[in-house]
Ligand binder design. Structure first.
Ligand code: SAH
Length: 346
């Protein structure tokens, strides 16, 4: 049996340089190949025109270039584009391009499926199959940047890790992908334009703070009362709000950067006075802002968007306490591309 070829994009630049030296070439050749693979996103050795034919053949005998493919594309009336992304092993994730007046945002996935079991999220209905590799995360951003240029005549400005999966359960690969996205040898984007959204895993939030990451942090809070939060986000039982709070205080002490709390208000779940008071209290621990996200239905009668009165109560109470609050309307709802709706329906 022929030995399996290795994915060349799993190699660091240094490993690529060493490979060439071992094969009697110059280390510099590694830099050339690295540039083709990352900043130029080439998918074939054949097209690496500054390499000799022998070198290209030698690479082809030793390696494959695993890459993603945009398998399906749906366009919403509001300009949002949802992509079904096929991975090299046939599994599919979704990523979304979200255009607004001033920005184009890529919403990317970090895992195939998700192992958390948030009751209101469509992705939770998919089994977690595997983590995405750094290149698979990076490639989603590249694909959406291309679409942004093609359909909206401007480049991508922002990235949010709010697609499928829990990014902090695939921390190392997410970090490697962000390194490539922000590096001049990759896309050269500023980390300030990247937001990682987590359901809130305290140990990992502390690790991020220790790693001095430069991107923004958003936490899907949805309730500041343990009992309620556990009922809709069962892992809260293992990582209760006190631990989450402590990790966020640690984050702020180290980074001095505000955290965004994502919050959906549901009828009969968290539309009470007590719920609002608990959120206001939670918001006082560290500097933060609240994004009130519109609920995107996943056809479960238990979950229904609260009425405007409840939302207005939240807004006035938060503002009265000098806490910044934004209301985020959904985008791409008509194509199931909005937050929490990514479930590989097609
Ligand atoms: N696992 C990460 C990132 C993916 S979810 C996290 O939990 O943050 C991205 C955001 O969509 C989260 O804030 C999540 O709470 C929210 N979300 C999930 N399902 C939703 C739904 N049906 N309607 C609105 N927002 C939803």
């Amino acid at each position: 049996m022929k030995p399996l070829k290795k994915d060349i994009r799993a190699l660091t630049k240094e490993q690529l340089r060493e490979f060439f030296v071992k094969n009697g070439d110059r280390a510099f050749r590694g830099n050339q190949v690295y540039e083709w693979l990352w900043s130029k996103s080439l998918h074939s050795f054949e097209d690496m025109t500054n390499l000799s034919k022998e070198t290209r053949e030698m690479l082809d005998t030793n390696f494959v270039i695993n890459h993603i493919e945009v398998d399906s594309m749906q366009k919403s009336n509001d300009g949002t584009i949802k992509n079904g992304i096929k991975l090299h092993d046939g599994l599919v994730v979704e990523s979304v391009l979200i255009p607004t007046d001033k920005r184009t945002t890529a919403c990317v996935s970090s895992q195939v499926g998700c192992s958390l079991n948030c009751k209101f999220c469509a992705t939770a209905r998919l089994k977690r199959m595997r983590n995405l590799n750094p290149d698979e995360i990076y490639d989603q951003v590249v694909a959406i940047d291309h679409q942004s240029r093609l359909y909206h005549q401007r480049k991508l400005t922002n990235i949010v890790f709010m697609g499928m999966g829990e990014p902090l359960m695939n921390y190392n690969n997410v970090l490697k992908a962000i390194d490539k996205i922000t590096s001049d040898e990759g896309l050269g984007m500023s980390a300030k334009r990247i937001t990682l959204s987590t359901s809130g895993i305290p140990k990992m939030i502390k690790k991020m703070a220790d790693d001095e990451v430069k991107f923004n942090l958003a936490v899907s809070l949805h309730s500041a009362i343990d009992e309620v939060r556990t009922s809709i986000m069962p892992f809260n039982e293992t990582f209760p709000l006190d631990e989450l709070r402590e990790s966020l205080e640690y984050w702020y002490a180290k980074t001095r950067r505000k955290v965004t709390y994502e919050y959906v208000v549901w009828k009969g779940i968290n539309d009470t006075k007590e719920a609002i008071q608990a959120l206001v209290k939670f918001c006082k621990y560290i500097p933060c802002k609240v994004n009130l996200i519109e609920y995107n239905s996943i056809d479960d009668p238990q979950f229904q968007q609260a009425n405007d009165d409840a939302l207005n109560n939240y807004i006035s109470n938060l503002e009265m306490n000098d806490i910044t609050v934004n209301v985020r309307r959904s985008r791409g709802k008509d194509i199931d591309a909005a937050c929490g709706q990514l479930a590989n329906k097609s």
